[in-house]
Design a protein around this ligand. Structure first.
Ligand code: NAD
Ligand code: LMR
Length: 339
C-alpha cells in the first residue's frame, strides 16, 4: 500500500487548507483498473473532484507510480495506491463509490461481446471483493460488455446477500457525451446547452439516443437524425478504428466516468434533482436491466425515469434492440451462476 499525502513542515496537510469544499462530507472513491488507459485519466479527474476526500487507486500492476503522480496534484483528496489482490480489500474498505474500468479493451474488428471471456471473470472477482469489503458502495461499472457485466455484478451480489439494485450502475455516460457532441455539431447549437437522453444498453444498436427529445430543439430532417443515431451507436468503433489496435476510448471515457461518479457523489450528499442516464435494474421495459434517465439520491437510484414520448423511428429502434440486449443480459446471468 502506498500513501501519498502532501504535508507541510509542520506536519499539516497542505492540501486541506483554504478550500470552501472542506465542509463536504468525507467520501472515499476507489478506481479498480486505475493504471489503465481509462484508469489513469479517471484517477486524475477524480483527484480534481472536491467531493472526494480519499481516492484509492487499485490495479494488478503499476499503481504505485500512478498514485505517486496523481497525489502531487494540490486538491482535497488523499491518494493511496494499492497493487495486487492482497491489497484489494484495503482499497475497498470504507468506499462510498467504486468505479470499475478493469479489463481488456477492443481491437479493430471486435465487438464488445468478444471481450466477455476475459472481462466477465475479472468483474466477477472484483464484485466478490466489493460484496465483502464495501457492500454499501455505489458501483459504477465501465468494463465491457456493460450489457453483461452489470448483470454479472448483480448475480455476484445476490449470491453474497448484498445486492441492492439502487447501488449498481452500468456507465453509459459516454453515449450521452457523444450524442450531445454530435447533435450540437449538426444542429449548430452551443454544445454546453445540449441535452440528449440515451437509453437501452451500451453496444451497437442497443444504444438508442432519443434525438426527438434533444434540447435545444432543432427540427433536424429525418436523414440527419438517422445519421446522428448511427454515429452515436458506432462512436466506440470509430475510436477503436482510429486507434488502430492501441485500444478504445480512454480520455472521453474518463471524462464521462468522472461526470457519472460526480453525479453519484452529489446524490449521496443530498444534492436534489441529480439526473443521469445509466444502465440499471429496471421495469421501464420487460427487460430486467435497461438504460434510461435515473434520479440519484442518498441511497443511489432514487427513481428510474420512464422513456417519455418516442418518435416512430425510436419506437422501431427500441423493439429492434430488445433481443440483443436480452441475450447479453442472460449471458451475464448464466456466467455468474455457472459452477
Ligand atoms: P486498459 O487495458 O488500458 O486498462 C485496463 C486496466 O485494467 C489495466 O491497467 C489492467 O492491469 C487492469 N486490470 C486487469 N485485470 C484487473 C483486475 N483483476 N483487477 C484490477 N485491474 C485489472 O483498458 P481501458 O482502455 O482502460 O478499458 C478498460 C475497460 O473499459 C475495457 O473493458 C473497455 O472495453 C471498457 N470501456 C468501457 C466504456 C464504456 O462506455 N462503458 C468506454 C470505454 C472503454
Ligand atoms: C466505447 O463506447 O467507446 C466503449 O464501449 C469502448 C468500445 O469498445 O467501443
Amino acid at each position: 500500500m502506498f500513501r501519498y499525502v502532501a504535508r507541510s513542515a509542520a506536519g499539516k496537510n497542505l492540501l486541506r487548507r483554504g478550500y470552501a469544499t472542506e465542509s463536504a462530507p468525507d467520501r472515499k472513491v476507489a478506481v479498480l483498473g486505475a493504471a489503465g488507459g481509462i484508469g489513469q485519466p479517471l484517477a486524475l479527474l477524480m483527484k480534481l473532484n472536491p467531493l472526494v476526500s480519499r481516492l484509492a487507486l487499485y490495479d494488478i500492476a503499476n499503481t504505485p507510480g500512478v498514485a505517486a503522480d496523481v497525489s502531487h496534484v494540490n486538491t482535497r483528496s488523499e491518494v493511496t495506491g494499492y497493487v495486487g489482490e492482497d491489497q484489494l480489500g484495503q482499497a475497498l474498505e470504507g468506499c462510498d463509490v467504486v468505479i470499475i474500468p478493469a479489463g481488456v479493451p477492443r481491437k479493430p474488428g471486435m465487438t464488445r461481446d468478444d471481450l466477455f471471456n476475459i472481462n466477465a471473470g475479472i468483474v466477477k472477482g472484483l464484485c466478490a471483493a466489493i460484496a465483502k469489503y464495501c457492500p454499501n458502495a455505489l458501483v459504477n461499472m465501465i468494463s465491457n460488455p456493460v450489457n453483461s457485466t452489470v448483470p454479472i455484478a448483480a448475480e455476484v451480489f445476490k449470491k453474497a446477500g448484498t445486492y441492492d439494485e439502487k447501488k449498481l450502475f452500468g456507465v453509459t455516460t459516454l453515449d450521452v457525451v457523444r450524442a450531445k457532441t454530435f447533435y450540437a455539431g449538426k444542429a449548430k447549437v452551443n454544445v454546453a446547452d445540449v441535452n440528449v437522453p440515451v437509453v437501452g444498453g451500451h453496444a451497437g444498436i442497443t444504444i438508442l439516443p432519443l434525438f426527438s427529445q434533444a434540447t435545444p430543439k432543432a427540427n433536424l430532417p429525418e436523414d440527419d437524425i438517422k445519421a446522428l443515431t448511427k454515429r452515436t451507436q458506432d462512436g466506440g468503433t470509430e475510436v477503436v478504428e482510429a486507434k488502430a489496435g492501441k485500444g478504445s476510448a480512454t480520455l472521453s471515457m474518463a471524462y464521462a466516468g468522472a461526470i457519472f461518479a460526480d453525479a453519484c457523489l452529489k446524490g449521496l450528499n443530498g444534492v436534489p434533482n441529480v439526473v443521469e442516464c445509466s444502465f440499471v435494474q429496471s421495469t421501464v421495459t420487460e427487460l430486467p436491466f435497461f438504460a434510461s434517465k435515473v434520479r440519484l439520491g442518498k441511497n443511489g437510484v432514487e427513481e428510474v425515469l420512464g422513456l417519455g414520448p418516442l418518435s416512430d423511428y425510436e419506437k422501431e429502434g427500441l423493439e429492434k434492440l430488445k433481443p440483443e440486449l436480452k441475450a447479453s443480459i442472460e449471458k451475464g446471468i448464466n456466467f455468474a451462476n455457472q459452477i
